[in-house]
Design a protein. Sequence first.
Length: 220
Amino acid sequence: MANQIAAGPELLEYVREFSLREDEILRGLRSLTAGLPGGEALQVSPEEGQFLAFLVAATGVTDVLEIGTFTGYSTLCMARALPASGRLITCDITSRWPEIGAEHWRRAGVADRIDVRIGDASDTLEKLLADGFADRFGLVFLDADKIGYPRYYELALKLLRPGGVLVVDNTLFFGRVVDPLATDPDTEGVRALNALVRDDERVDVSMLPVSDGLTLVRRR
């Protein structure tokens, strides 16, 4: 059985040359975000953004929930893949970062598909449930604070429709999940989420060793 290929800079550049379809609007937002403190580490890679868009288009979903907006690169990718009548609800703890992406959403002509909710993610998800959004979303993307991952997972499953897909980012967390000396709250949050998903009979799961770890969860 072959091992995974280590994707160094040259191989990553090859992947981008032969696969990535990132236009000027997306490149502009990614470049702007990279100049922010921690921007390069916090935003999704362009390949991952394109993959999320691919999932939205391939599954034909019309309702997407994003937990963790940051500057909205992934938001833009997924909103573009929605039909004109589609809706994407994205939530973040502060409006500071989503406001950076808002102009790019408008330039791309998808701002009317995006609904930004500001506040603690757990509170936002609880409110969505209270407002009748249970079993509503065809796709959920989770990329928020890692300490909250187990809680967000449980709430997201209630909001996800049967057959819907939950995509969880950073499930390998810079390789720290296999480092016995890494006991910080963020790493422990990711480990707890990974164990929870592994043992959850309500879902099908596939953990992919790409980027920083990407786990696909399908609600049965």
